[in-house]
Ligand binder design. Sequence first.
Ligand SMILES: C[S@@+](CC[C@H](N)C(=O)[O-])C[C@H]1O[C@@H](n2cnc3c(N)ncnc32)[C@H](O)[C@@H]1O
Length: 277
Amino acid sequence: MLKSLKNEFKIPKVFEESEYNFWLDEYISKNLLKAHLNPNYEGASRKFEFINSSVNWIYKKFPVDKYNRVLDLGCGPGLYAERLYSKGYEITDIDFSKRSIEYAKQRALKENFDIEYENYNYLDMNYENIFDLAMLIYCDYGALSKNKRKKLLEKVFASLKNKGKLIMDVFSINKFNKFIEKDTWEYSKGNNFWTKDESIILNTNKKYENNISLERTIVITDEEIKKYSIWHKYFSMEDIFNEVKSVGFNNIEIFLDVSGREYCEKGDTIAIIGEKL
Ligand SMILES: C[S@@+](CC[C@H](N)C(=O)[O-])C[C@H]1O[C@@H](n2cnc3c(N)ncnc32)[C@H](O)[C@@H]1O
């Protein structure tokens, strides 16, 4: 018994993908959509106050007459897209969450927003010389392994026109230092974040080498055991600069966050802009 459980619950290798992805789960994605749409909750999306100031900064930094065609990767339910659209940008949004994209499409239909919403994995995109600006916002880049980060940056680079720009944010080493390792468990009668069923939920927070963390959740119900791994790579300014530079971006600029605040080593995020030249 113990042997089989030990095998079932063994700690994964770095960036090993779990069988289930929490963004795509039919039940969990309902809770994630609620989190995206809660204006005062820093969860699946940032608080609306931040998103508003971020959009205002993007509007100033990337004037709509020069950066008209925008690619928004991991767009969620279109919080950035709707705001940018109303400022005059032409937006293409990609997200692999069916629930988020369906919600965004319904809103676009109702409000008459001419926004293109695409439901697939952005690692599979194949655009060439189309966009003036590509965005990857709320630290999604760090959720990818090194190979996938490279693949994504190369695809973003290809998708941009000459002089097109990338803007994205990542979590910093400062944030990694605050990450606390722990092993916890709870019993739930059901209707929790992870499942509608009565369950036991095991959580492991673990730090790996090279500033990588794992938040692993195992959900045990009468029917099944589901495991979810959420990985994060945290960056120093030099690390993220070098990764973005290595695929060919130039004129790199660094900020604290995607609302344009000045970079500070003690911040939890780093925002980076690169130009395709
Ligand atoms: C942290 S949320 C950020 C949402 C949005 N950028 C915002 O700031 O409001 C990350 C989003 O990226 C999506 N996502 C994660 N990995 C993806 C992938 N490989 N392809 C497409 N979408 C992805 C998730 O479904 C989720 O909606």
